[in-house]
Design a protein around this ligand. Structure first.
Ligand code: SF4
Length: 342
């Protein structure tokens, strides 16, 4: 069952001078119950604006958001059904309230529990589900008495309190110690499966995106430039931007040379990005053109259309927004560093 459908979502922000800044352009996707969909991109790619629109913090300039197949769901009903886990567990919990207060409040506000013993039991059950025990001890504490990982577990429990259908996870482990990131991601994965949650996992980390999602969307400057099954997108990236992201993220078992190559790619990408920021006119063509090692004349003339990558050959809908595949090409060209290394 499709929990969330997004159609042609466009988010714009007013600017003091000139046309509004378009942060997200014509984004469409479906998110099913029990599915994790990863949204990947650097800062400035539009990921946060997507989350703001999906959590109704900004009004989209155009597009539709359907919840359980229904359009126009708003207010309390929407806020119950779509919950967010924020990036910063230190800022997302009010330090003056106990953990019990943080969890009891949404339970009572959404009618998931009645005051008294019923709410006591519901708070304890939420804490048990996020593996914070003994629940009575944890419930009495305030956020500053917990570690970062424990706070993020509380934040997850709070998001679960209204029994949502959709969970938006905004870089949920990026501010935690490396040693506990996998624990938190495994917890989210278990909860998603047990509760049939639809999980949108927003991250800049390709490795965890691959591991914890069935499908990945890669965003660049407001547009999804590549999407497809997670393994295909990571192991066989088609869009040059995804290739650069993948090349800049060496695997855990990378050799010293691979790490050095990845660092060179990162530095080259940063130089390109700086140049791109200085560029006044990108024109009407591909937005990635200033950074693209494969840019052709035609890339400057009109924006690319999404092409089904013939290389996937699986009919699974691996698509890249790139003219490289317009003529039926079957393989992504090697990045300059990869060419030099081979
Ligand atoms: Fe590069 Fe052209 Fe593809 Fe854009 S359309 S990513 S500039 S090759």
């Amino acid at each position: 069952m499709t929990a969330l459908e997004v159609r042609d979502l466009t988010v714009e922000y007013a600017q003091a001078h000139g046309r509004p800044f378009r942060a997200v352009q014509n984004l469409s996707f479906d998110l099913r119950a029990g599915q994790t969909l990863a949204l990947v991109g650097e800062s400035g790619s539009g990921k946060s604006s997507v989350l703001k629109a999906l959590s109704r913090l900004v009004r989209p300039a155009q597009g539709q958001i359907l919840l359980g197949g229904r359009e126009g769901v708003r207010g309390k009903e929407y806020r119950r059904a779509v919950q967010m886990v924020f990036q910063d567990p230190f800022a997302s919990l009010n330090p003056s309230h106990t953990i019990d207060h943080h969890l009891r409040r949404p339970l009572l506000a959404t009618g998931r529990a009645r005051r008294g013993a019923d709410a006591d039991a519901a708070v304890a059950e939420l804490l048990r589900q996020v593996n914070l025990t003994p629940a009575a001890d944890v419930a009495r504490k305030r956020p500053h008495e917990l570690s970062g990982g424990q706070r993020q577990r509380v934040a997850i429990a709070r998001a679960l309190a209204p029994a949502p259908d959709v969970l938006l996870a905004d870089e949920p482990v990026s501010m935690l110690d490396v040693s506990i990131r996998l624990e938190i991601l495994n917890l989210l994965d278990d909860l998603k499966r047990d509760r049939r949650l639809a999980l949108l996992y927003v991250t800049h980390d390709l490795a965890t995106a691959r591991h914890f999602s069935s499908e990945i969307m890669v965003m660049y400057r407001g547009e999804v430039v590549e999407r497809g099954p997670s393994d295909e997108v990571i192991l066989s990236p088609k869009h040059p931007y995804t290739q650069l992201l993948a090349a800049a993220a060496p695997s855990a078992g990378a050799t010293r040379e691979q790490v050095r190559d990845a660092r060179a790619v990162r530095l080259a990408a940063r130089a390109k990005r700086d140049a791109e920021r200085r560029e006044i006119v990108v024109g009407d063509g591909c937005r990635f053109r200033p950074r693209c090692p494969f840019a052709m004349d035609s890339c400057a003339q009109r924006p690319p259309e999404a092409q089904l990558s013939p290389a996937s050959g699986t009919g699974t809908g691996h698509r890249a927004l790139c003219w490289l595949y317009a003529d039926g090409a079957t393989a992504a060209p090697a990045l300059p560093q990869q060419k030099a290394a081979s």
